[in-house]
Write a protein that binds this ligand. Structure first.
Ligand code: GUN
Length: 289
C-alpha cells in the first residue's frame, strides 16, 4: 500500500506558481466572497487566503452576514467583473437559503469563474474542451492521479457522490477520449442499488459523499486505488474538531494499492488548483499589463 501525499504534490505546485508570479512580476488578484458564519466555509476561506499569500497572489475578502440580500451580492459580483485588479471571483458555498446559487454563479464573468462553476465552463468540461476552467477538486484529483503515474485507460472508476462540485465534473473529465484518461466511469448516489457490489468492481474508488467513514473495507477490492474527497469535522470530547474523510482509512488502507489520506490528501490539491486557476485566469484577462 502506498499513501498518495497530496500535500507534498500541492506544495510543489504552489511553489511553481509562486516562482512564475515572482519571475514575471505578475499582479494576480482573487476576490473571495464569504457569506454567513459556517465553520467549514470560514476554515476553507482562511486556508485558501493563506496559500494565496504564500504564492504572492493578492486575495481580497468580502464578508457578509447571513441575512444579506441577494441583490447586494449580485451587485458586488458585477463590480468585481469590471475590476481590472481582480482575475478570479470565488463565492464560498454553501449559500444561505434565500440566495440562489444559480443566480450568483451565473452573475460571475465566465473568464473570472475561478471555481469552474459557471454553466459555460461546466459545458466546456463536458464537451472535453481543454481551454476552459476546470473545477478545483476534480482537477486536483486528476493531477494527483497523473503525478502518481496512474493510467486510467480502460479502468473502472466508481465515483460515489453526484455533486455539481465533484462527482459530475469528475465524471466528465475522466471519461474523455484523451491520453491516460478513457476511464469507464460509474457514478453512484444515495438511490444507487447494490452500492457495495459496484464498489467492489472498481479499480479506482473516489469517495465524495460527505459522510465520515462511510466507505468501509467491505466496499474495497484488493489492490484497488482509493481517493477520499471527504472533509468531515468530528467534534471531540475536548471541544476541538477533528477532520476525517469518507473512508474508514485505518481499516481500508491495507487492502488498496494506493490511498489518499485525510487530511493531506485531496484537500491541499483543491487549494493548489484554485491558485493555478487564478494564474490561468490572470493570463486570459490581462488587459491592463
Ligand atoms: N464549498 C465547498 N467546496 C467549495 C469549493 O471548491 N469552492 C467554493 N466556492 N465553495 C466550496
Amino acid at each position: 500500500m502506498k499513501i498518495i501525499n497530496g500535500k507534498e504534490i500541492a506544495d510543489k505546485i504552489i511553489l511553481d506558481i509562486k516562482n512564475e508570479i515572482i519571475s514575471k512580476n505578475l499582479n494576480v488578484g482573487l476576490a473571495v466572497i464569504l457569506i454567513g458564519d459556517d465553520f467549514a466555509s470560514k476554515t476553507y476561506v482562511r486556508m485558501k487566503r493563506k496559500k494565496c499569500l504564500d504564492a504572492n497572489i493578492n486575495s481580497y475578502l468580502f464578508e457578509y452576514s447571513n441575512s444579506i440580500d441577494e441583490k447586494t451580492i449580485i451587485d458586488k459580483i458585477h463590480a468585481l467583473n469590471n475590476d481590472d485588479k481582480i482575475d478570479g471571483i470565488l463565492v464560498q458555498l454553501p449559500l444561505p437559503k434565500h440566495i440562489s446559487i444559480k443566480t450568483v454563479i451565473e452573475a460571475i464573468d465566465p473568464n473570472k469563474d475561478i471555481d469552474g462553476f459557471h454553466p459555460i465552463n461546466v459545458g466546456k468540461v463536458l464537451l472535453g474542451y481543454d481551454d476552459t476552467i476546470f473545477p478545483c477538486t476534480p482537477l486536483g484529483i486528476k493531477i494527483l492521479l497523473e503525478k502518481t503515474k496512474i493510467d486510467l485507460t480502460g479502468k473502472h472508476v466508481v465515483i460515489i457522490g453526484r455533486s455539481n462540485l465533484v462527482g459530475k465534473p469528475l465524471f466528465a473529465m475522466l471519461v474523455q477520449n484523451k491520453k491516460k484518461l478513457n476511464a469507464t466511469v460509474t457514478i453512484c448516489h444515495s438511490y444507487t442499488k447494490d452500492l457495495k457490489q459496484i464498489a467492489l468492481s472498481a479499480d479506482i474508488i473516489i469517495a465524495a459523499i460527505g459522510k465520515a467513514n462511510f466507505i468501509t473495507k467491505d466496499f474495497i477490492k484488493k489492490g484497488s486505488i482509493v481517493i477520499d474527497v471527504g472533509i468531515n469535522y468530528e467534534n471531540q470530547s475536548d471541544g476541538t474538531k477533528k477532520i476525517v474523510g469518507d473512508v474508514d482509512y485505518e481499516n481500508v488502507k491495507e487492502l488498496c494499492s494506493y490511498i489518499t489520506p485525510v487530511p493531506k490528501g485531496v484537500g491541499p490539491m483543491t487549494i493548489a488548483m484554485l491558485l493555478k486557476n487564478s494564474l490561468i485566469c490572470h493570463k486570459k484577462n490581462k488587459k491592463y499589463e
